[in-house]
Design a protein around this ligand. Structure first.
Ligand code: NOJ
Length: 756
């Protein structure tokens, strides 16, 4: 297990280090450089003004309504005027943004423009699928485009900073925020995180249609114990370095401008006051040059955690640990000045934070034109633009995963007679927008039925049962219908008279998202009961699932012939699903997260360790359950197509030093064109730190016509073959690896390679 990191790699690193330092020397000497301008401005600032830059307020109110002078919100006019506010969140609309910007620019002493932050998570007005759905496309170009569209719309309403992408890896389907991430895998998650950052930030951050991105939540928020949001995190070093950190590191390397810390404690230290995370790893080892924003009130919450005795101490601990801007704790604006004066927080800490914040403002071009995002004409033209709707439709189709299709029940014939559509979600224009759509308009999705109607009139609809009993809101607990089955009979009668039944079932859009964890991850309410009741009278069912997390649906998998996973697909939901159901689009999505058979299996994920007793064995002494399989319902990377792909000719050859080429032949053996995502997994068989039984290290998405073949090639380098040891050092060890290339994490061709 000798470490064989090549001298070639060191040479490359040496060269880039030289380059970086040369670049920064050159920058410092130029009067046009941002560094120079930031330093000049900093010299003019009072301590109060510096602390002001580190303060972010919520402005969840209409500036065009009550004037800031009168507003009862915490966002005080006086504070803006004094230069005590560096950023606001949740203010949108060119008129509103302009009004606030004008106060700071015209009335404050130094006129430093504000950053306007907003949760632009899967679109702003036009909504794409929820991020977990987008991740199922494995299509980096489409995902980047989706973020680009989101940035165009958000910037058109005055926003210059999004709190996305969430790059938290999670293995727990109970956690509501899995909807906001890219699933369970660090390799896929890194690629998607980078695509999203590129989409938001574009090639030129100073353009008026690009916005600063935020990688969140640093770190380990996705490992909340028992999937309960905000809960304690307890992860080992290897998981931290190899699973949780990689997507953050990848986006930092791709110049993400800000990082948000997280609500959780990790090893007993809240992230907001975690020096190891923010100073040693993020700003130290990774050389992050942007700034860290706290999560909402996460500074203040350290009092409840039992880490800070009061808000003053919370301010001291978080500033010293490298949390540069305070979102909604009022800790910095209230206490930081005194803490500097008493010597508890050094001026250099403040200066470093303020420089980072000002740098992003300069990079956005706000000092050149603070109103660059405030063009009312552009706002009117761009929101809900037809091009954005087209991109959302494309993304939605690509996000759909075909889970089961016995006897080729799908696609439906356009001439199909007597179709029953059943389920409250089929007629819902709100739920498919998913969680995190505060910039958009309620009930603005094309519902399932609206899309379906465009294809056929040969259908009848029956709701069957309500999913919720009271209107859903972003902040309140949902009220799920657990008892009312009075609509069942009508649906049963309809199913009896129909040739095929489409059942649109799943979760409400507000059953996942922040604060929306579930202990049960089956079909909520009376929907399972409804499904079984319909099945009794008509077995020809297509189950269209809408959900924000993996669901445990073993009964449906066993009994229902066709199942389509559609997540929450956003604005274009109904159009996308109809195109797939009627075969105008061949689904090619693959699951970015394992679907369990039952909630008791959770956390269940493909890249687990072996254990010393992997089994199966005839006796009980192996790692398993007595009452449930150890296998998932659908594995990571799984997804079918209306066509079939055949794999052959796996070839593994050593190429240049420390570079290995892997290729495989893929053939479309079906009757229609389709897209496949070929996935490459490795298993490092013996290592100084145990390696997972499988790790995704490459994927390629491509289209094949019927009968067409393609040689799909991958290159494995040290970056793919190495891992982080428990000292956090990246290492490549000699030894044997299994290689698997195939259609999902469980099916493929296997080979071997060795590193000497
Ligand atoms: C709390 C969430 O955890 C975070 O992701 C979000 O960006 C902020 N609230 C702001 O809304």
């Amino acid at each position: 297990m000798k470490n064989i990191s090549s001298s070639f790699l060191k040479y490359i690193l040496g060269a880039s280090c030289f380059f970086i330092s040369f670049g920064s020397v050159a920058q410092k000497t130029s009067k046009d450089s941002i560094d120079y301008k930031v330093n000049l401005l900093l010299q003019k600032m009072t301590l109060e003004e510096k602390v002001g830059q580190m303060n972010q307020y919520n402005g969840f109110w209409e500036v065009t309504g009550p004037a800031p002078k009168e507003g009862n919100a915490k966002l005080k006019y006086e504070h803006l005027k004094m230069g005590w506010v560096g950023s606001v969140l949740n203010v949108k609309g060119t008129e509103n943004v302009r009004k606030l910007q004008e106060i700071v620019v015209k009335e404050s002493r130094l006129g430093i423009p504000l950053l306007f932050g907003f949760d632009v998570i899967h679109g702003h007005k036009t909504l794409s699928p929820i991020p977990l759905g987008e991740a199922a496309s494995w299509d980096l170009v489409a995902i980047e485009k989706s973020a680009r569209v989101a940035a165009i719309e958000a910037s058109a309403v005055g926003i210059n900073w999004t709190f996305a992408p969430m790059v938290d890896i999670s293995r727990d389907a109970r956690w509501g925020r899995v909807m906001e991430g890219a699933g369970e895998d660090p390799y896929l998650g890194s690629k998607i995180g980078v695509a999203r950052v590129k989409g938001f930030q574009g090639d030129d951050l100073s353009a008026n249609n690009t916005i600063a991105a935020t990688a969140k939540h640093f770190a380990a928020y996705g490992f909340a114990e028992s999937g309960k949001d905000y809960n304690t995190v307890d992860v080992g070093t290897s998981t931290l370095y190899n699973i949780i950190f990689p997507p953050f590191k990848a986006v930092v390397e791709n110049d993400v401008k800000t990082v948000m810390n997280s609500f959780n404690v990790i090893n007993g230290i809240p992230s907001t006051a975690n020096k190891f995370l923010q100073r040693d790893i993020l700003k130290g080892k990774w050389g992050f040059k942007g700034f860290v924003i706290s999560d909402w009130g996460s500074g203040m919450e350290m009092v409840d955690h039992g880490f800070a005795k009061d808000l003053t101490e919370a301010a001291e601990l978080s500033a010293n640990a490298g949390s540069d801007m305070d979102m909604e704790s009022y800790a910095y604006i209230t206490h930081l000045k005194a803490l500097v004066e008493s010597g508890k927080v050094r001026m250099s800490v403040i200066d470093d934070a303020v420089k980072r914040i000002l740098t992003v403002k300069f990079e956005l071009g706000l000092f050149d034109d603070p109103y660059k995002y405030c063009d009312a004409k552009r706002e009117k033209e761009l929101i809900y633009h037809p091009d954005h709707q087209a991109a959302a439709l494309d993304m939605a189709k690509k996000s759909i995963v075909l889970l089961k299709n016995s006897n080729d029940l799908l696609p439906l014939k356009k001439s199909q007679k007597k179709i029953a559509v059943i389920g409250a979600l089929a007629n819902d224009k709100n739920s498919p927008l998913g969680s995190w759509r505060i910039g958009s308009d309620d009930s603005s999705a094309v519902s399932f039925l609206e899309g379906f109607k465009k294809y056929t009139t040969n259908y009848k609809y029956a709701k069957g049962a309500d999913l919720i009993t009271e209107p859903a809101t972003f902040i309140n607990e949902l009220k799920i219908n657990e008892t009312d089955i009075s609509g069942f009979n009508e649906a049963i009668q309809l199913a009896k008279q129909s040739e095929v039944v489409i059942m649109v079932l799943g979760e409400h859009g507000f059953q996942s998202g922040e604060g929306r964890s579930r202990a049960k991850i089956d079909l909520p309410g009376v929907q399972q009961q409804l499904l079984e009741a319909i099945y009794k009278v008509n077995k020809n069912i297509v189950l269209v699932l809408m959900n924000g997390r993996p669901l445990a649906i073993p009964w449906a998998d066993k009994n229902i012939p066709a199942i389509l996973e559609t997540w929450q697909l956003g604005s274009q939901t109904g159009n996308a699903i109809a195109q797939v159901l009627f075969g105008d689009y061949n689904p090619g999505g693959k699951l970015p997260m394992t679907f369990p058979k039952s909630v008791g299996q959770v956390p269940i994920y493909y890249n687990h360790y072996s254990t010393g007793r992997p089994g199966p064995k005839p006796e009980v002494f192996w790692s398993h359950y007595g009452d449930e399989s150890t296998k998932p319902l659908y594995p990571f990377g799984y997804g079918l197509s209306y066509t079939k792909f055949e794999y052959s000719n796996l070839t593994i050859t050593a190429a240049e030093q420390a570079t290995i080429k892997v290729s495989v032949m893929v053939k479309n053996t079906g009757k229609i064109a389709g897209e496949e995502v070929t996935q490459l997994y490795i298993h490092d068989k013996v290592a100084s730190v145990v390696r997972p039984i499988k790790e995704l290290k490459g994927f390629k998405k491509f289209m094949l016509n019927p009968g067409e073949s393609k040689v799909v090639e991958f290159v494995l380098t040290e970056a793919e073959l190495g891992f982080y040891n428990n000292e956090g050092v990246f290492t490549v060890e000699a030894g044997d690896f299994d290689v698997m290339v195939g259609t999902n994490s469980e099916q493929g061709l296997s080979g071997k390679l060795s590193i000497k």
